[in-house]
Design a protein around this ligand. Sequence first.
Ligand SMILES: N[C@@H](CCC(=O)N[C@@H](CS)C(=O)NCC(=O)O)C(=O)O
Length: 434
Amino acid sequence: MPSVLLVLTSNKALGDTGEVTGWYLPEVAHPYYVFKRAGFEVHFASPQGGPGGDDNCCDPGSIDLNDEENKQFWEGEGRQLTSNTLRLADCSAANYDCVFFAGGFGTMWDFPDDEHVQRLAREVYEAGGVVSAVCHGPCALTNVELSNGDYLVGGREVAAFTNEEEDAVSRRDVVPFTCEDRLQERGGRYTKGGVFQAHVARDGRLVTGQNPPSARPTAEAVVELLTPPSAVLHYFPMRGRAEQIRLALSEANWEWSMPESVDFGAMKAEGLLAFGSLPMLETEGLRLVQGNAIMRYVGRRSDLYPSNDDPVVQWKCDALMDSAEDFRIAALKAIPRFGGTEETKQNYISTGVPRFLGQFSRLLEEGQDFFCGGTLSIADISVFDVLDNCAEGLVPGSLDGYPNLKAFHSRIAARPRIAAYLASDRRAPAFPAL
Ligand SMILES: N[C@@H](CCC(=O)N[C@@H](CS)C(=O)NCC(=O)O)C(=O)O
């Protein structure tokens, strides 16, 4: 069952105006019910934790009990839940699939510089989870840096309370900065809808909403992301060209299976394989073929394809995957079962493997955990597959001369979902070492 950490402000002072603010009831109540209806577990947290008692920092101006769900929440379990929040410092990202920052003016003073706000957003995101925020909640993201120093919002589509909306409620000169301006300064691709119209920006696993009417659709987009598609992968009972796909489906947490046996001839005769070859992935009413194209589909669907709109980074991802495919083809030619001879084998060991490893080793930049930017992409999964199966598997010890690739291999193998797949009995047997 997916779990969400729903984060509220602990601040109820509207700057130095003497006015009271806090978190905004519908931005908590509406997402809460969306998550609960989807069967998610929801925990409440705030920078200070607590606070206990009746004063739970809810903005009194937001308590509109004509709204059904506000009323249900406020008069039901919600009052209690929001009065006993966890302290952010005590929350571990490993327990959550999503961190969701609710809005309200109060957030503008305690979210942006809070180290645990930043830690949880970074760690949840880097572990493959969803980061989401609504209205003023996205101020939480304005100072979040990934492990490689890039801003989380850099190059990503984002939404938040607009400058026109600040004007509409006469707050532009009260807030320390506006979300619209600051997110743009951080390199975010800020988008907006009309004043107080619902608008959600969804960029991979980053989901942000503009204002109170956006809270429900923002949470719905989170539920959609955390309910990954199901798929059936058709391939022969070996790792081959399907292994990178099995790894990607596992990392992306898809519900995936493989048929007990595959009648390749019948599938071909029935015209189920657009190019007459396997692998083929059946998902969402589609029959997808061509291994690398399947990888890109899974990557784009589950935010494992570089999505910061930089064509150079996307080229690098594609080029690495093409090179990994070249490596697989060279490996197949060296394997006796596929017609490999003593000559192709020796050639592969002495020339092929070192050539590919040297190229990959040079492309993994110093100090970087991943090949394409600050987060895992399908290029990393593809390269991991060939390091694992075409290098180390067929030629044991071949990674020893490439410490950066060896460390990369261990890092990817240790990712929880990858590690679970690698240890499972779903894995086809490896080809014996050459
Ligand atoms: N470019 C294709 C190549 C697929 C391919 O050659 N698949 C092999 C298995 S690895 C196949 O289906 N062989 C059976 C045949 O062609 O008769 C891809 O990457 O998916």
